[in-house]
Design a protein. Structure first.
Length: 127
């Protein structure tokens, strides 16, 4: 028993956090104190920085990150909070920069790297 301490029940429901200037920084939902569903993270300029899903407080799929300009930066997914499956990064012009697979947070298989025109520049194999 915790004499003299208030025990707060786990948070359930919508959740929002704000920057010091009052702009929205994070929005998502908790269930029994754990992140669940889609969460969105914002930059100070109001644009979306990242959006993705949680299940029982663990990042799952899909996740998308954006540059400060709002342009797509990277996409990927997680399993047990580690990078898993296909990931892609994009050049400033929106063309694919590199793509490949992750397993347990590590690059695996063949990764392809593209130049700013979208042409395959090289490929690299990972174990």
């Amino acid at each position: 028993m915790n004499a003299g301490k208030t025990v707060k029940p786990p948070e359930t429901g919508p959740h929002k956090e704000y920057f010091t200037d009052g702009r929205l920084a994070i929005e998502g939902e908790y269930r029994d104190g754990k992140k669940t569903g889609t969460w969105t993270y914002y930059l100070r300029n109001g644009r979306v920085k990242a959006t993705g899903k949680y299940e029982d407080d663990e990042m799952t799929r899909p996740w998308t990150w954006y540059r400060e300009s709002g342009a797509l930066w990277q996409t990927g997914q997680f399993a047990s909070n580690r990078q898993a499956g296909e990931w892609r990064w994009y050049h400033l012009n929106g063309k694919l920069m590199d793509a490949g697979m992750f397993a347990d947070g590590k690059k695996t298989g063949e990764w392809k790297i593209y130049d700013e025109n979208g042409n395959l520049a090289r490929a690299k194999k990972y174990k």
